[in-house]
Design a protein around this ligand. Structure first.
Ligand SMILES: NC(=O)c1ccc[n+]([C@@H]2O[C@H](COP(=O)([O-])OP(=O)(O)OC[C@H]3O[C@@H](n4cnc5c(N)ncnc54)[C@H](OP(=O)(O)O)[C@@H]3O)[C@@H](O)[C@H]2O)c1
Length: 322
């Protein structure tokens, strides 16, 4: 297949480009910034969805387009407007191209009111599904892998938390999924029969609270984090706390907290269409993500150990990104 990956420099995009090449597809990797390295059989095309003149050339001759773009990581408050404009542009340009299917990786819909970030992810799905090219939206909660912004917060929290306060949102449930299972779903998504636009959830195999995830990752690192229940911790205070401890961007931390004020559980599973469930449990996925991190320098090890002993006040603020 001739596949276009929009968001090819991103966490999921990089893994998907490799997997599509491995599967024998003809891959065009699109982003605004050039990717560092690409497999030999993939070709990079510059594409900014906010600049329509760059989108049509990227889609030329393409059969399937993967939409793995989002703007929240840029720390911008107007991310929803930007993402809306990007989605409209892809739907418009795809309609005028050879593209026969759009595959979009979005976020899980809560039963209650979605956070601004999740509302924006769901709105992008609606825009793409409303277009004339059939769109398949796959909805994931946290994707576990080195380089995922949400996993990075969990990872940094477990590395640096001297103790855990337990606001209500730490008990909200979701089904985190391993990057390898997301990539497998994205590969299947280009082949499953599609009568028209639709959406599915891609849940990981376990239902877990954020507290359970933190405890699992801490245990993998040989730690136990004592916890204290607190009656109220507003999303704003929680986000400040997350930022202080993990070094995460404030907007990202706030959106993570707001997104977890409701359970994020699957309603319609893609695994029923493909005939097999997600293969990797949280513990296994977390262990793989930890193992793929670059090993810290001896100095970083000393700083990390000191931070654990002294507490969060001297925590380094720079988040690790691969
Ligand atoms: N990470 C998770 O835990 C998670 C969980 C659930 C769902 N998802 C979904 O998975 C998808 C991919 O997420 P990710 O974590 O891989 O994101 P990411 O690492 O932040 O990558 C975002 C990509 O979007 C590209 N991009 C941003 N603005 C663009 C524009 N105007 N035109 C063209 N490209 C643009 C960026 O490329 P350049 O900046 O190089 O142009 C980058 O490659 C998203 O739809 C996200 O909602 C992720």
């Amino acid at each position: 297949m001739r596949a276009l990956v929009l968001g090819a420099t991103g966490f999921v995009g990089r893994a998907l480009v490799d997997a599509l090449v491995e599967a024998g597809d003809d891959v065009r990797a699109a982003s605004r910034r050039p990717p560092g390295t690409l497999p030999e059989r993939a070709r990079w095309v510059p594409c900014d969805l906010l600049r329509p003149e760059t989108v049509a050339p990227a889609l030329e001759g393409i059969e399937v387009a993967y939409y793995l773009v989002h703007s929240m990581g840029l720390g911008r408050r107007d991310f929803a407007a930007i993402d809306r404009a990007c989605a409209h542009e892809l739907a418009r340009a795809a309609a005028a191209s050879s593209c026969r299917r759009i595959i979009y990786l979005g976020g899980v819909a809560p039963r209650g009111r979605p956070s601004p970030h999740l509302a924006s992810r769901l709105e992008v799905g609606e825009i793409l599904r409303d277009g004339t090219v059939p769109a398949l939206e796959l909805r994931a909660s946290m994707i576990v892998g080195n380089g995922s912004a949400s996993w990075q917060i969990v990872r940094d929290l477990t590395a640096r938390l001297p103790f855990m306060v337990l606001p209500r949102w730490l008990e909200s449930k979701s089904c985190p999924i391993a990057l390898a299972d997301v990539v497998a779903a994205l590969l299947e998504a280009r082949r499953v029969p599609l009568a028209g636009s639709t959406w599915f959830d891609i849940p990981g195999p376990e239902v877990l609270s954020m507290r359970q995830m933190l405890e699992t990752v801490a245990a993998l690192e040989g730690r136990r984090i004592p916890s204290f229940r607190v009656p109220v911790l507003t999303p704003r205070l929680s986000a400040m706390w997350l930022r202080l401890i993990s070094g995460a961007d404030y907007t990202l931390a706030r959106e993570l907290v707001l997104g977890l004020t409701e359970d994020l559980l699957p309603q319609r599973s893609f695994w029923e269409v493909t005939g097999h469930p997600a293969r990797h449990g949280f513990r296994e996925a977390a262990a793989a993500a930890l193992a793929s991190e670059p090993s810290p320098s001896p100095l970083a090890r000393v700083v990390e150990a000191t931070v654990r002993r002294v507490g969060p006040s001297i925590t380094p603020r720079e988040p690790r990104r691969s």
